[in-house]
Write a protein that binds this ligand. Sequence first.
Ligand SMILES: [Zn+2]
Length: 227
Amino acid sequence: MLDPRRAGRSTLALSDHRSVTGSGSQTHIQHQHTSGMVLSKKVRVSPGGIHGYCWFAAEDISAGELIWWQGDQTYNDIDVPTAELNTWPADKREKWLSLAYMVGPDTYRGSDPDKEIPQEEMNEYYVNHSCGGNCWYNGETELLAMTDIPAGAEICYDYALTECEPQWLLADRCLCGSPQCRQKVTGNDWQRSDLQKKYGRHFTTHIMKLIDAEKSKTDQHQPNQPQ
Ligand SMILES: [Zn+2]
């Protein structure tokens, strides 16, 4: 049985632990996307893996190869501000968040909740978190293999690359099983210097902006640092 609550793209277990905050009733759905995404033919969705359904490499994938990218399909993704989400009925919000991901500090992207999600689009959501993930972002429209990924291996990435809601927590404890497992995965992990060093410019766009803003603040406070 397909269980998106356990395998949402970027938002695994989000619906169990995220508390969406915000009070505005003046906000509204911002816009609809008319372009969808493409999942590499080398990627298959299978039962198993870290959390039920997940992405597996059907054949060898080389470091740098595209895993998932902006295409020209006509999916009905929508961007929803957190304040708007807070006005939705709880069950609708939780269901939608389980298949949504952050595209800005206060904005989530997911399928139009009033429309049926095509299976090929649904497949794009089944990528799990791992603290030792094997893919990363180039901007927000390309997911690339970070390392060579052998056929049969699960494809996953570190949700620190996309998540920045301070209250967000990936379940009670991360179960990724990686030797690099942080145990506690939160919406503040993008701030960790070890992860910034590890991932460089491969966080998604909205996280890169936060990192750059933090860095320029730090630089301003240390004007006399030696070069
Ligand atoms: Zn982990």
